[in-house]
Design a protein around this ligand. Sequence first.
Ligand code: GN1
Ligand code: MG
Length: 348
Amino acid sequence: MEQAVFAFRISGKPVTCERYGFGHINKTYRIVTNWGYMYELQKINRHVFPDIPALMENVGAVTRYAAQRVRHPMEALRLVPTLEGKDWYQDENGECWRMYHHVENSICFQRPSSLTDFYESAKAFGSFQEMMAGFPAEQLHETIPNFHNTPVRYQQFHAALQADKLNRAQGVKKEIDFFLSREAGASLLVDLQAAGKLPLLVTHNDAMLNNVLFDRTSRKAVCVVDLDTVMPGLSLYDFGDSIRFGANKAAEDEQDAAKAGLDLDMYRAYLRGYLETCPSLTQEEVKHLPDGARIITLECGLRFLTDYLQGDVYFATARPEHNLDRCRTQIGLVQDMENQWDAMAASV
Ligand code: GN1
Ligand code: MG
Protein backbone atom coordinates (compact mmCIF):
# COMPACT_ATOMS: atom_id res chain seq x y z
CA MET A 1 0.00 0.00 0.00
CA GLU A 2 2.89 2.38 0.78
CA GLN A 3 4.01 2.25 -2.81
CA ALA A 4 0.50 3.31 -3.83
CA VAL A 5 0.36 6.29 -1.44
CA PHE A 6 3.52 7.72 -2.93
CA ALA A 7 2.21 7.35 -6.48
CA PHE A 8 -0.27 10.21 -5.94
CA ARG A 9 0.22 13.97 -5.77
CA ILE A 10 -0.49 14.59 -2.11
CA SER A 11 0.36 17.66 -0.04
CA GLY A 12 2.89 16.83 2.65
CA LYS A 13 4.25 13.50 3.88
CA PRO A 14 1.86 10.75 4.91
CA VAL A 15 1.90 10.26 8.70
CA THR A 16 -1.00 7.86 9.19
CA CYS A 17 -2.67 5.41 6.89
CA GLU A 18 -5.59 3.49 8.38
CA ARG A 19 -8.18 1.08 7.09
CA TYR A 20 -11.46 2.93 6.84
CA GLY A 21 -15.14 2.28 6.03
CA PHE A 22 -17.40 -0.75 5.70
CA GLY A 23 -17.78 -1.32 1.94
CA HIS A 24 -18.12 -4.92 0.80
CA ILE A 25 -16.14 -4.56 -2.41
CA ASN A 26 -13.16 -2.17 -2.37
CA LYS A 27 -10.62 -1.59 0.41
CA THR A 28 -10.39 1.99 1.64
CA TYR A 29 -7.61 3.65 3.65
CA ARG A 30 -7.54 7.12 5.15
CA ILE A 31 -4.27 9.00 4.73
CA VAL A 32 -3.32 12.00 6.88
CA THR A 33 -0.23 14.04 6.02
CA ASN A 34 2.09 16.10 8.22
CA TRP A 35 0.49 19.23 6.78
CA GLY A 36 -2.90 18.06 7.99
CA TYR A 37 -4.34 17.08 4.61
CA MET A 38 -6.60 14.03 4.41
CA TYR A 39 -7.14 11.64 1.53
CA GLU A 40 -9.02 8.42 0.84
CA LEU A 41 -6.98 5.78 -0.94
CA GLN A 42 -8.87 2.84 -2.42
CA LYS A 43 -7.74 -0.49 -3.75
CA ILE A 44 -10.27 -1.35 -6.44
CA ASN A 45 -11.61 -4.91 -6.42
CA ARG A 46 -10.31 -6.47 -9.65
CA HIS A 47 -12.44 -9.58 -9.28
CA VAL A 48 -15.67 -7.53 -9.18
CA PHE A 49 -14.56 -4.94 -11.75
CA PRO A 50 -12.67 -6.70 -14.54
CA ASP A 51 -12.17 -3.57 -16.70
CA ILE A 52 -10.59 -1.00 -14.42
CA PRO A 53 -9.51 1.43 -17.19
CA ALA A 54 -13.18 1.62 -18.26
CA LEU A 55 -14.35 1.94 -14.65
CA MET A 56 -11.94 4.78 -13.96
CA GLU A 57 -12.92 6.54 -17.18
CA ASN A 58 -16.48 6.58 -15.82
CA VAL A 59 -15.40 7.82 -12.40
CA GLY A 60 -13.17 10.51 -13.93
CA ALA A 61 -15.93 11.73 -16.25
CA VAL A 62 -18.64 11.68 -13.58
CA THR A 63 -16.58 13.45 -10.90
CA ARG A 64 -15.45 16.16 -13.33
CA TYR A 65 -19.00 16.62 -14.57
CA ALA A 66 -20.30 16.93 -11.01
CA ALA A 67 -17.52 19.34 -10.01
CA GLN A 68 -18.70 21.82 -12.64
CA ARG A 69 -22.27 21.71 -11.45
CA VAL A 70 -22.26 21.79 -7.66
CA ARG A 71 -22.70 25.01 -5.67
CA HIS A 72 -19.62 24.36 -3.56
CA PRO A 73 -16.50 22.37 -4.62
CA MET A 74 -16.85 20.22 -1.48
CA GLU A 75 -20.12 18.83 -2.84
CA ALA A 76 -18.35 16.72 -5.45
CA LEU A 77 -15.72 14.05 -5.05
CA ARG A 78 -12.36 15.03 -6.49
CA LEU A 79 -9.78 12.53 -7.65
CA VAL A 80 -6.14 13.11 -6.71
CA PRO A 81 -3.96 12.66 -9.82
CA THR A 82 -0.93 10.37 -9.83
CA LEU A 83 2.52 11.87 -10.30
CA GLU A 84 2.06 11.19 -14.02
CA GLY A 85 -1.28 13.02 -14.01
CA LYS A 86 -3.43 9.90 -14.34
CA ASP A 87 -6.66 9.16 -12.44
CA TRP A 88 -5.45 5.83 -11.07
CA TYR A 89 -2.33 3.80 -10.42
CA GLN A 90 -1.40 0.18 -11.01
CA ASP A 91 1.25 -1.28 -8.71
CA GLU A 92 3.82 -4.00 -9.44
CA ASN A 93 1.39 -6.73 -8.42
CA GLY A 94 -1.22 -5.48 -10.82
CA GLU A 95 -3.40 -4.00 -8.04
CA CYS A 96 -5.26 -0.83 -9.01
CA TRP A 97 -5.55 2.20 -6.76
CA ARG A 98 -7.26 5.58 -6.82
CA MET A 99 -7.27 8.45 -4.39
CA TYR A 100 -9.87 11.07 -3.46
CA HIS A 101 -9.45 14.33 -1.60
CA HIS A 102 -11.18 13.97 1.74
CA VAL A 103 -14.44 15.92 1.84
CA GLU A 104 -13.87 18.35 4.70
CA ASN A 105 -15.91 17.98 7.87
CA SER A 106 -17.81 15.04 6.39
CA ILE A 107 -19.02 11.87 8.05
CA CYS A 108 -20.52 8.65 6.78
CA PHE A 109 -23.23 6.71 8.66
CA GLN A 110 -23.99 3.01 8.54
CA ARG A 111 -27.62 3.54 9.58
CA PRO A 112 -29.93 6.54 9.55
CA SER A 113 -30.53 7.59 13.14
CA SER A 114 -33.53 9.77 12.34
CA LEU A 115 -36.12 10.45 9.69
CA THR A 116 -34.17 13.61 8.86
CA ASP A 117 -30.96 11.68 8.12
CA PHE A 118 -32.81 9.44 5.74
CA TYR A 119 -34.67 12.35 4.14
CA GLU A 120 -31.29 14.04 3.62
CA SER A 121 -29.91 10.93 1.89
CA ALA A 122 -32.95 10.93 -0.42
CA LYS A 123 -32.17 14.50 -1.39
CA ALA A 124 -28.57 13.52 -2.13
CA PHE A 125 -29.53 10.65 -4.45
CA GLY A 126 -32.42 12.61 -5.97
CA SER A 127 -30.18 15.60 -6.72
CA PHE A 128 -27.54 13.28 -8.16
CA GLN A 129 -30.10 11.76 -10.49
CA GLU A 130 -31.36 15.17 -11.62
CA MET A 131 -27.81 16.39 -12.15
CA MET A 132 -26.90 13.33 -14.23
CA ALA A 133 -29.87 13.91 -16.54
CA GLY A 134 -27.62 16.17 -18.63
CA PHE A 135 -24.68 13.77 -18.72
CA PRO A 136 -23.88 12.14 -22.06
CA ALA A 137 -24.87 8.57 -21.14
CA GLU A 138 -23.21 7.09 -24.23
CA GLN A 139 -19.86 8.01 -22.63
CA LEU A 140 -20.43 5.55 -19.80
CA HIS A 141 -19.09 2.01 -19.83
CA GLU A 142 -21.23 -0.67 -18.27
CA THR A 143 -18.88 -1.55 -15.40
CA ILE A 144 -20.95 -4.56 -14.33
CA PRO A 145 -23.29 -5.66 -17.11
CA ASN A 146 -26.83 -6.55 -15.99
CA PHE A 147 -26.10 -5.25 -12.50
CA HIS A 148 -29.76 -4.76 -11.60
CA ASN A 149 -31.21 -7.17 -14.13
CA THR A 150 -33.19 -9.34 -11.71
CA PRO A 151 -33.88 -12.21 -14.17
CA VAL A 152 -30.13 -12.43 -14.89
CA ARG A 153 -29.51 -12.50 -11.13
CA TYR A 154 -31.95 -15.42 -10.99
CA GLN A 155 -29.99 -17.21 -13.72
CA GLN A 156 -26.81 -16.78 -11.68
CA PHE A 157 -28.63 -18.10 -8.62
CA HIS A 158 -29.85 -21.18 -10.52
CA ALA A 159 -26.32 -21.86 -11.75
CA ALA A 160 -24.93 -21.61 -8.20
CA LEU A 161 -27.71 -23.85 -6.92
CA GLN A 162 -27.07 -26.43 -9.61
CA ALA A 163 -23.35 -26.47 -8.90
CA ASP A 164 -23.83 -26.35 -5.12
CA LYS A 165 -20.05 -26.42 -4.80
CA LEU A 166 -19.93 -26.54 -1.01
CA ASN A 167 -23.02 -28.63 -0.42
CA ARG A 168 -24.70 -25.72 1.28
CA ALA A 169 -28.08 -25.90 -0.50
CA GLN A 170 -29.53 -28.57 1.77
CA GLY A 171 -29.10 -26.29 4.80
CA VAL A 172 -30.92 -23.35 3.19
CA LYS A 173 -33.97 -24.98 1.62
CA LYS A 174 -36.37 -22.47 3.18
CA GLU A 175 -34.45 -19.53 1.77
CA ILE A 176 -34.16 -21.16 -1.65
CA ASP A 177 -37.92 -21.80 -1.73
CA PHE A 178 -38.61 -18.21 -0.78
CA PHE A 179 -36.77 -16.93 -3.85
CA LEU A 180 -38.15 -19.60 -6.18
CA SER A 181 -41.70 -18.72 -5.15
CA ARG A 182 -41.12 -15.10 -6.18
CA GLU A 183 -39.24 -15.66 -9.40
CA ALA A 184 -42.24 -15.19 -11.70
CA GLY A 185 -42.87 -11.56 -10.71
CA ALA A 186 -39.22 -10.60 -10.45
CA SER A 187 -38.81 -9.42 -14.04
CA LEU A 188 -41.29 -6.55 -13.64
CA LEU A 189 -38.72 -3.72 -13.76
CA VAL A 190 -36.84 -5.01 -16.81
CA ASP A 191 -40.17 -5.81 -18.50
CA LEU A 192 -41.49 -2.29 -17.94
CA GLN A 193 -38.26 -0.87 -19.28
CA ALA A 194 -38.25 -3.14 -22.33
CA ALA A 195 -41.83 -2.06 -23.03
CA GLY A 196 -40.65 1.56 -23.06
CA LYS A 197 -42.68 2.44 -19.98
CA LEU A 198 -39.75 3.55 -17.83
CA PRO A 199 -36.96 5.87 -19.01
CA LEU A 200 -33.34 4.76 -18.94
CA LEU A 201 -31.41 7.35 -16.91
CA VAL A 202 -27.89 7.67 -15.58
CA THR A 203 -28.28 6.30 -12.07
CA HIS A 204 -26.04 5.54 -9.12
CA ASN A 205 -27.04 1.87 -8.76
CA ASP A 206 -25.63 1.47 -5.25
CA ALA A 207 -27.84 4.02 -3.55
CA MET A 208 -27.39 3.15 0.08
CA LEU A 209 -27.27 5.67 2.91
CA ASN A 210 -23.70 4.58 3.66
CA ASN A 211 -22.73 5.87 0.22
CA VAL A 212 -23.66 9.44 1.23
CA LEU A 213 -21.38 11.90 3.00
CA PHE A 214 -23.03 14.16 5.60
CA ASP A 215 -21.74 17.38 7.04
CA ARG A 216 -20.58 16.61 10.59
CA THR A 217 -21.94 19.85 12.01
CA SER A 218 -25.22 20.41 10.21
CA ARG A 219 -25.96 16.73 9.41
CA LYS A 220 -27.03 17.82 5.95
CA ALA A 221 -26.11 15.49 3.08
CA VAL A 222 -23.09 16.80 1.16
CA CYS A 223 -22.61 14.38 -1.74
CA VAL A 224 -22.89 10.78 -2.87
CA VAL A 225 -19.83 8.53 -3.06
CA ASP A 226 -19.02 5.07 -4.43
CA LEU A 227 -19.46 5.92 -8.09
CA ASP A 228 -18.23 2.58 -9.48
CA THR A 229 -21.66 1.50 -10.60
CA VAL A 230 -22.86 4.80 -12.09
CA MET A 231 -24.38 3.46 -15.31
CA PRO A 232 -27.56 3.76 -17.31
CA GLY A 233 -30.33 2.38 -15.11
CA LEU A 234 -33.80 2.98 -13.72
CA SER A 235 -34.81 5.47 -11.04
CA LEU A 236 -36.52 2.51 -9.35
CA TYR A 237 -33.15 0.82 -8.79
CA ASP A 238 -31.85 3.73 -6.75
CA PHE A 239 -35.08 4.30 -4.88
CA GLY A 240 -35.32 0.58 -4.19
CA ASP A 241 -31.78 0.18 -2.94
CA SER A 242 -32.15 3.15 -0.61
CA ILE A 243 -35.32 1.78 0.94
CA ARG A 244 -33.85 -1.71 1.19
CA PHE A 245 -30.91 -0.45 3.16
CA GLY A 246 -32.22 2.49 5.16
CA ALA A 247 -35.90 1.74 5.81
CA ASN A 248 -35.28 -1.74 7.16
CA LYS A 249 -35.86 -1.92 10.92
CA ALA A 250 -32.83 -4.21 11.13
CA ALA A 251 -29.27 -3.67 9.95
CA GLU A 252 -28.45 -5.46 6.71
CA ASP A 253 -26.47 -8.12 8.56
CA GLU A 254 -28.56 -8.37 11.74
CA GLN A 255 -28.31 -11.95 13.02
CA ASP A 256 -31.88 -12.01 14.30
CA ALA A 257 -33.84 -11.78 11.05
CA ALA A 258 -37.11 -11.51 12.99
CA LYS A 259 -36.16 -7.89 13.61
CA ALA A 260 -36.30 -7.10 9.89
CA GLY A 261 -39.26 -5.15 8.58
CA LEU A 262 -40.26 -2.00 6.76
CA ASP A 263 -40.28 1.20 8.75
CA LEU A 264 -43.12 2.99 6.98
CA ASP A 265 -42.20 6.40 8.39
CA MET A 266 -38.68 6.02 7.03
CA TYR A 267 -40.10 4.94 3.70
CA ARG A 268 -42.29 8.05 3.57
CA ALA A 269 -39.45 10.35 4.64
CA TYR A 270 -37.27 9.02 1.82
CA LEU A 271 -40.10 9.28 -0.67
CA ARG A 272 -40.62 12.93 0.26
CA GLY A 273 -36.94 13.84 -0.22
CA TYR A 274 -36.72 11.91 -3.48
CA LEU A 275 -39.86 13.43 -5.02
CA GLU A 276 -38.81 16.92 -3.94
CA THR A 277 -35.47 16.66 -5.69
CA CYS A 278 -36.62 14.66 -8.76
CA PRO A 279 -39.45 16.68 -10.27
CA SER A 280 -38.86 15.03 -13.65
CA LEU A 281 -39.98 11.56 -12.52
CA THR A 282 -42.85 10.38 -14.73
CA GLN A 283 -46.19 9.23 -13.34
CA GLU A 284 -45.31 5.70 -14.35
CA GLU A 285 -42.02 5.85 -12.43
CA VAL A 286 -43.72 7.21 -9.31
CA LYS A 287 -46.44 4.59 -9.49
CA HIS A 288 -43.85 1.81 -9.57
CA LEU A 289 -41.56 3.09 -6.80
CA PRO A 290 -42.92 0.50 -4.32
CA ASP A 291 -42.15 -2.24 -6.87
CA GLY A 292 -38.60 -0.90 -7.07
CA ALA A 293 -38.26 -1.20 -3.30
CA ARG A 294 -39.62 -4.75 -3.20
CA ILE A 295 -37.76 -6.11 -6.22
CA ILE A 296 -34.37 -4.57 -5.40
CA THR A 297 -34.65 -5.99 -1.87
CA LEU A 298 -35.55 -9.39 -3.33
CA GLU A 299 -32.66 -9.15 -5.79
CA CYS A 300 -30.12 -8.20 -3.13
CA GLY A 301 -31.25 -11.06 -0.88
CA LEU A 302 -30.88 -13.38 -3.85
CA ARG A 303 -27.34 -12.09 -4.50
CA PHE A 304 -26.39 -12.75 -0.86
CA LEU A 305 -27.77 -16.28 -1.09
CA THR A 306 -26.03 -16.89 -4.41
CA ASP A 307 -22.74 -15.78 -2.89
CA TYR A 308 -23.33 -18.04 0.12
CA LEU A 309 -23.88 -20.99 -2.23
CA GLN A 310 -20.74 -20.09 -4.17
CA GLY A 311 -18.62 -19.99 -1.01
CA ASP A 312 -18.62 -16.25 -0.17
CA VAL A 313 -16.48 -15.17 -3.06
CA TYR A 314 -18.05 -11.78 -3.88
CA PHE A 315 -19.13 -9.81 -0.79
CA ALA A 316 -16.61 -9.32 2.00
CA THR A 317 -17.63 -11.46 4.99
CA ALA A 318 -16.49 -11.33 8.60
CA ARG A 319 -18.11 -14.57 9.85
CA PRO A 320 -19.07 -17.90 8.28
CA GLU A 321 -22.80 -17.22 7.84
CA HIS A 322 -22.53 -13.51 7.17
CA ASN A 323 -24.08 -13.72 3.71
CA LEU A 324 -26.83 -15.93 5.03
CA ASP A 325 -27.69 -13.41 7.76
CA ARG A 326 -27.80 -10.69 5.12
CA CYS A 327 -30.00 -12.85 2.91
CA ARG A 328 -32.44 -13.45 5.77
CA THR A 329 -32.83 -9.76 6.64
CA GLN A 330 -33.72 -9.12 3.01
CA ILE A 331 -36.27 -11.94 3.07
CA GLY A 332 -37.81 -10.51 6.24
CA LEU A 333 -38.01 -7.10 4.63
CA VAL A 334 -39.60 -8.38 1.41
CA GLN A 335 -42.22 -10.27 3.44
CA ASP A 336 -43.02 -7.21 5.50
CA MET A 337 -43.28 -5.06 2.37
CA GLU A 338 -45.78 -7.55 1.02
CA ASN A 339 -47.79 -7.25 4.26
CA GLN A 340 -47.67 -3.45 4.15
CA TRP A 341 -48.13 -3.22 0.40
CA ASP A 342 -51.33 -1.17 0.46
CA ALA A 343 -49.79 1.46 2.69
CA MET A 344 -46.65 1.57 0.52
CA ALA A 345 -48.70 2.02 -2.63
CA ALA A 346 -50.97 4.63 -1.03
CA SER A 347 -47.95 6.76 -0.03
CA VAL A 348 -46.77 7.52 -3.55
C1 GN1 B 1 -21.96 -3.73 -2.27
O1 GN1 B 1 -19.43 -2.10 -1.43
P1 GN1 B 1 -20.78 -1.65 -1.06
O2 GN1 B 1 -21.15 -2.06 0.32
O3 GN1 B 1 -20.98 -0.14 -1.29
C2 GN1 B 1 -22.56 -4.01 -3.65
C3 GN1 B 1 -24.01 -3.51 -3.70
C4 GN1 B 1 -24.81 -4.17 -2.60
C5 GN1 B 1 -24.14 -3.89 -1.25
C6 GN1 B 1 -24.85 -4.64 -0.14
C7 GN1 B 1 -20.48 -3.31 -6.71
O4 GN1 B 1 -21.84 -2.33 -2.08
O5 GN1 B 1 -24.58 -3.83 -4.95
O6 GN1 B 1 -26.14 -3.68 -2.58
O7 GN1 B 1 -22.76 -4.32 -1.28
N1 GN1 B 1 -21.76 -3.36 -4.68
C8 GN1 B 1 -21.35 -4.04 -5.77
O8 GN1 B 1 -24.49 -4.09 1.07
O9 GN1 B 1 -21.68 -5.21 -5.99
MG1 MG C 1 -20.01 1.74 -0.47
